[in-house]
Design a protein. Structure first.
Length: 330
């Protein structure tokens, strides 16, 4: 198997992986029918990150798969992953790649997308500017936390969504379903999702008295005797999600499920979810699942979606056709 895909005109596609989620990158290249490109990555004893491409990438479209997340197995944290992506981009630009595309389905710092208090940074914008300054030509992201993140870039950003993957999973549930939006900001997306699987819609009245703390006061909509599915983009410490599950059970839901694109699962998330009323928590593999996950967590692969999108970018084909034009769900 070759390490690159080449067209009749000589155009080449090469895919490389950072250390944040190499299994996802390996699945992607398997679907493309090529091998991962060879690259040396390491962290010096001083903590500095090093990158070197071990084969020629001159004139190639170089796709670097690197979600901005931690990976305990490779010893990188979220900040390492971001910096490693940047040094890989810089190395690719300096090695005369034709185009350099960052495939970062989990976009780090995405929740810091606005000022919520005086003297705060807008870190998501800073990350976008840093990637542009490093020389990346294009960015692939999946289910961004907020629509305005697209406006932080002056380069093309292809936005993908896992709504179809998750929708197919729940479409076979032979129950009276209701999709639950965890807050008002997710109503539009969750309404589209509910229409996709033929379910009703409910909304949770959520307040955040402080960061990473959520209080659910009211369930708006009829969930009594129904199977409720809480859909969000991120599950982090799972405090919000578990509060939602408890509120839905108090409101009379018969069964509760949860789904999100990005399973961050930091801090006490696993312990909370194991003790929660959720029968199943469904996420995708944008972020590798760290050890110790409870059995009720199920991971769906987004590699086919990413492989299709990467090939379409390489061949200058339409990305939005993959989603029927519904990949901007904000």
């Amino acid at each position: 198997m070759n390490a690159s895909l080449q067209t009749a005109s000589g155009k080449r596609l090469m895919v490389f992986s950072g250390r944040s989620n190499e299994p996802l990158a390996a699945d992607i290249v398997g679907l493309l029918g090529i091998e991962l490109g060879k690259v040396t990555l390491k962290t010096f004893s001083s903590g500095e990150v090093y990158s070197r491409f071990d084969e020629s990438i001159r004139g190639a479209d170089v796709f670097i798969v690197q979600p901005m997340c931690a990976n305990p197995e490779t010893g990188v944290n979220a900040n390492d992953s971001l910096l490693e992506l940047m040094v890989m981009v810089d190395a690719a630009v300096g090695s005369s790649a034709h185009r350099v595309i960052a495939v970062t389905p989990w976009y780090g710092y995405s929740r810091q997308d606005k000022k919520s208090a005086p003297r705060e940074p807008i870190s998501a914008r800073m990350v976008a500017r840093a990637l542009e300054a490093t020389g990346v030509d294009r960015v692939l992201a999946m289910d961004l936390h907020a629509g305005q993140l697209q406006g932080f870039f002056g380069i093309p950003l292809d936005h993908m969504t896992a709504a179809g993957i998750i929708g197919e999973y729940f479409a076979d549930l032979d129950d009276d379903l209701v999709v639950v939006a965890p807050d008002a900001g997710r109503v539009k997306l969750n309404k589209q999702f509910a229409t996709q699987i033929g379910a009703g819609l409910a909304i949770l009245d959520k307040e955040r008295p402080q960061q990473q703390v959520a209080e659910i006061n009211t369930v708006i909509g009829d969930v009594h005797g129904k199977t409720a599915i809480v859909i969000d983009d991120i599950i982090d410490t799972a405090g919000t999600l578990c509060a939602a599950g408890d509120a839905l059970m108090r409101a009379g839901a018969r069964r509760v499920f949860a789904a999100a694109t990005h399973g961050v699962f930091s801090g006490p998330a696993f312990e909370r979810l194991a003790a929660s009323p959720f029968e199943r928590i469904v996420v995708t593999d944008t972020i590798p699942l760290r050890p110790g996950a409870p059995d009720k967590i199920e991971v769906l692969s987004c590699a086919p979606l990413l492989a299709d999108t990467i090939y379409r970018i390489f061949t200058d084909d339409s990305v939005s056709e993959v989603f029927g034009g519904k990949n901007h769900t904000f």
